[in-house]
Ligand binder design. Structure first.
Ligand code: HEM
Length: 264
């Protein structure tokens, strides 16, 4: 009787194990969470070739159906290397060799990760997300791995830094500049210099950025309150940002001139 019980238990375990394996292979686990989970071997079947079940690619572990972009990804197409796998790294490096078509992004910089983020937005907008691939970025439970959490944190930090930089650029737009061996150099401000459209022109100043070796020319607002003060602040001296501590005047250029020329 005990023997029979053991046999039954063993059989039960074997059936359960087979069911688990089958469920993993068919990607059914993910359905519980509203999306499908792939193991890499399953995803590899989706390369858009004859007899393949579809044309998918993965980016940072997220799987997209790219069959509507077949001309880019099908076998023989320029970006076919992306099909049926997570080749996140190659989205930044452009290295489409087998060694380059991998998901290791651990040594990428903030700005490179932001490139990946842009690609993610691209796929979210243009293709249908169909699931997650188990591996570097998602666990067997379909949850993000610590590695993905870290990548996401870096992307968030990078986006925040970009936002700050944009804000700084609105405050201190870069000057227009020209240089010639005969005439020397000239810096000047205009209402669109540095690609920043604004309702003031400003005057050229050297901006000493913490950490930067050399100052660079920015246009500085000359009236109203400083940018970091509220408009109705009673203390401001109506000098715009002219008194910002990181700014320096160009020697030989009148303090309120819009153009500074430095002939040779
Ligand atoms: C890291 C470098 C690059 C990556 C990762 C990359 C990736 C891609 C991908 C994934 C697509 C397909 C987008 C879709 O699904 O619609 C695409 C399309 C395209 N790429 Fe690239 N690309 C890179 C560099 C370049 C460069 C340098 C050029 C041009 C000199 C270029 C020209 C194009 C063109 C013209 C298309 C659209 C083709 C069409 O609509 O038929 N790409 N690229």
């Amino acid at each position: 009787m005990l023997q029979l019980c053991r046999l039954g238990l063993l059989l039960g375990l074997a059936v359960a194990a087979a069911a688990v394996l089958a469920a993993r292979l068919m990607g059914w686990w993910g359905l519980r969470a509203g999306f499908r989970l792939f193991i890499p071997e399953e995803l590899a079947r989706y390369r858009g070739g004859p007899g393949d079940p579809g044309l998918y690619l993965a980016l940072l572990g997220r799987v997209y159906d790219v069959s509507s972009g077949r001309r880019h990804y099908e076998p023989g197409a320029h970006y076919s290397g992306f099909a049926g796998r997570d080749a996140s790294r190659a989205f930044v490096t452009g290295d489409y060799s087998e060694a380059g078509l991998v998901d290791d992004v651990s040594d990428l910089s903030f700005s490179e990760l932001l490139t990946l983020q842009n690609w993610l937005s691209f796929y979210e907008k243009n293709y249908v997300s169909v699931g997650r691939v188990i591996g570097r970025f998602y666990g067997e439970d379909g949850l993000p791995t610590p590695e993905l959490t870290q990548v996401d944190a870096m992307i968030t930090k990078g986006l925040e830094a970009n936002k700050q930089e944009l804000k700084e650029k609105q405050k201190f737009p870069p000057c227009n500049s020209e240089w010639s061996s005969t005439k020397g150099s000239r810096f000047w401000c205009s209402s669109k210099s540095g690609g920043v459209s604004r309702d003031w022109i400003g005057v050229p100043r050297k901006l000493y950025k913490p950490g930067a070796k050399e100052p660079h020319c920015v246009c500085v607002r000359t009236t109203g309150p400083p940018s970091d003060q509220t408009p109705d602040s009673p203390t401001h001296r109506n000098r715009g940002d002219l008194d910002h501590p990181n700014l320096g005047e160009y020697p030989g250029c009148p303090p309120l001139a819009i153009t500074c020329s430095f002939p040779r």
